[in-house]
Design a protein around this ligand. Structure first.
Ligand code: ATP
Ligand code: MG
Length: 328
């Protein structure tokens, strides 16, 4: 059975872009594949400690976000979840990968360039992020990686790293392939030229899975649209098209079908309709997450995933250590 691996950063609360682009897919895939999913807290610190004076406060936030992210994934129905930093082999393998990869592979990463300009600089960790992502996947010899299309470049780099290792030491790693969802990338509600993102500054740019009904209504009603007062599914009207995509994903109806229902309708009424659909779809997830956060069993629920990840990681690292000439 092929193995699937994917991860999500605890950089905030899971939003509908993550849900539609990744998590919803994970739940379906785990029935067909041998799967492992990770809350990648080591990735989450690539930017957060970059600001001087951020230390203790961010550490508390990270711990809380990691718990909430894990609880939200459980509430969505994801099984075999573990927390990345609890399996130290990820960092170990990343170092080996960093030493066999040319820097030029990293210099062309568009996400690095975007995040760097948003932060006015970048840590070495942010630059090396794709090497850690390659380690996350290859540590488990995963063949399939369900991600949104914002990860295409990173995954290609993971394949290059695997080929380079195999070329140096003989075949060991499979070349991981992306598994995309059929849906379109969900864009920010404030600026439809950028994707919806957990770490974007504006809370109004994203709808989180744990938002209250009032917050969801408010975010959709205030979502930026163009100056035309009526709606139409037209890909050149990027803000309205994004709203159609969100509604389409949550209703399972194609945008073209929705177009027939809503075309020339008032854009405020359209936004209100979407808000109500999303509120109802997210309600059970929010309630279940709150229940998990209140109980004491969260880490017990994560134990199975951690054990599975830990066993595979230590098995593969033993072989890798021998291969690269480290004493065991
Ligand atoms: P950050 O801003 O901290 O990078 P993020 O929102 O991009 O957060 P990630 O943890 O980097 O979230 O990604 C988790 C998964 O969600 C990945 O598989 C990614 O491809 C997917 N994803 C992220 N944003 C979107 C989006 N706007 N639409 C669809 N899928 C997305
Ligand atoms: Mg991201």
């Amino acid at each position: 059975m092929k193995r699937v691996f994917s991860g999500i950063q605890p950089t905030g609360i899971i939003h509908i872009g993550n849900y539609l682009g990744a998590v919803k897919n994970w739940v379906a895939l785990q029935e067909q594949y041998d799967s492992l999913f990770s809350v990648v807290d080591m990735h989450a610190i690539t930017s957060s400690y970059f600001q001087v004076g951020s230390g203790t406060h961010i550490a508390e936030q990270l711990k809380e976000s990691t718990k909430i992210t894990a609880a939200t994934l459980l509430a969505c129905g994801v099984k075999n979840i573990f927390i990345q930093s609890q399996v130290p082999e990820h960092a170990y393998l990343m170092w080996i990968f960093s030493c066999i990869s040319p820097m030029s592979w990293f210099q062309i990463m568009t996400q690095f360039k975007e995040k760097k300009s948003a932060l006015n600089g970048a840590s070495l960790g942010l630059f090396a992020y794709p090497a850690l992502m390659a380690a996350d996947i290859l540590l488990y010899k995963a063949e399939l990686v369900p991600v949104g299309d914002d990860q295409t470049q990173h995954l290609e780099l993971a394949r290059n790293v695997a080929s380079r290792y195999n070329g140096l030491f003989g075949d060991f790693f499979p070349l991981p392939q992306p598994l995309y969802t059929t849906g379109t990338r969900i864009m920010s509600l404030r600026d439809a030229t950028t994707k919806m993102s957990k770490s974007a500054k504006s809370e109004m740019s994203r709808v989180n899975l744990l938002d209250s009904p009032d917050e969801i209504r408010n975010k959709f009603i205030k979502a930026k649209t163009d100056s035309e007062g009526t709606v139409k599914y037209d890909l050149t009207r990027i803000e309205v098209a994004n709203l159609f995509h969100i509604l389409s994903e949550f209703t399972g109806k194609k945008p073209e079908m929705l177009e027939a229902e809503y075309r020339w309708g008032d854009s405020l009424a359209f936004k209100q309709t979407i808000a109500e659909v999303v509120i109802e779809k997210l309600r059970p997830i929010r309630e279940k997450t709150e229940e998990l956060m209140k109980g004491d069993n969260l880490f017990e629920d994560l134990e199975k995933g951690r054990q599975k990840a830990g066993e595979l990681a230590s098995l593969h690292i033993k072989e890798i250590k021998k291969t690269v000439g480290f004493t065991v």
